[in-house]
Design a protein around this ligand. Structure first.
Ligand code: FES
Length: 102
């Protein structure tokens, strides 16, 4: 794994999400009650923007057709999506957002 730093991106506050690009892959980073989680940003159904989806607990809902993904595992909680999202290790180091590229 290769850590990628994003000094230009403000880390998300609780309840917020940001989108970053990790080696050509869009990644959505969520702050869930003070803990960061990162999964693929494009919904595996038809590419909806998961960064903009509402989060309930540790589940994000795609704003386009309502697929739900677990932010801890990337697993599909509810369709129409059938393919899980990739997950990424994410953290703050010296106030800078860091995401591990697979
Ligand atoms: S694009 Fe996300 S549910 Fe269809």
């Amino acid at each position: 794994m290769e850590p990628i730093s994003f000094p230009q991106v403000k880390p998300p506050q609780p309840g917020q999400a940001v989108r970053v690009e990790v080696k050509g892959t869009l990644v959505a980073v969520f702050n869930v009650g003070g803990e960061l989680r990162a999964i693929g940003e494009k919904c595996t159904h038809r590419g909806g923007p998961l960064e903009k989806g509402p989060v309930t607990g540790h589940v994000v809902t795609c704003p386009w057709h309502g697929s739900q993904f677990n932010l801890d595992t990337g697993e599909v909680v509810r369709g129409p999506a059938t393919v899980p999202e990739p997950t990424f290790r994410v953290r703050i180091e010296n106030n800078v957002l860091v995401v591990d590229a697979p």
